[in-house]
Design a binder for this molecule. Structure first.
Ligand SMILES: [Zn+2]
Length: 147
């Protein structure tokens, strides 16, 4: 699927909660997202990036795939670390963004089961980036938080 690019207003909307995470439509949407992520060599993708304002994001790091439906951040470490970050919706732009070092997230998985993910490093960064997308927040908004 085609990636929605900045400054399209779809990227600015607050995405909606998924009522039925195991429906055929949601399963198909997730498959489309996985295919789109891989064909663009991305690390993560949120549903608004393929034009759907729904609370789903996927992350693939070192061949491990995470599907987060209705993700909720439970805790964030106080400590933050800066790193260069890109976004498939803002091609060829890399910005230095501060992210919390560790994050604990609750989300529903592909099978409709609730999962808790405790992440650090790149996965923690990717989770924060993708959940930002579900709230209409982009790296261009975060770049001024560096201090
Ligand atoms: Zn992004």
């Amino acid at each position: 699927m085609k990636i929605v690019e900045y400054p399209n207003e779809i990227l600015r909307k607050i995405s909606e909660e998924i009522k039925d995470p195991t429906s055929v439509e949601i399963k198909q949407l997730i498959l489309d997202m996985i295919q789109t992520l891989r064909s663009n060599n991305g690390l993560g993708l949120a549903a608004p990036q393929i034009g759907k304002n729904l609370r789903i994001c996927i992350i693939e790091i070192e061949n491990e795939l995470f599907v987060l439906i209705n993700p909720e951040i439970k805790t964030l470490s106080k400590e933050k670390i800066p790193s260069e970050e890109g976004c498939l919706s803002i091609p060829n732009k890399f910005l230095n963004i501060q992210r919390h070092k560790r994050v604990k997230v609750k989300a529903t998985d592909l099978n409709g089961k609730k999962q808790i993910i405790r992440a650090r490093g790149l996965l923690a960064r990717a989770i924060q980036h993708e959940i930002d997308h579900l709230n209409g927040v982009l790296i261009v908004d975060r770049v001024n938080e560096n201090r």
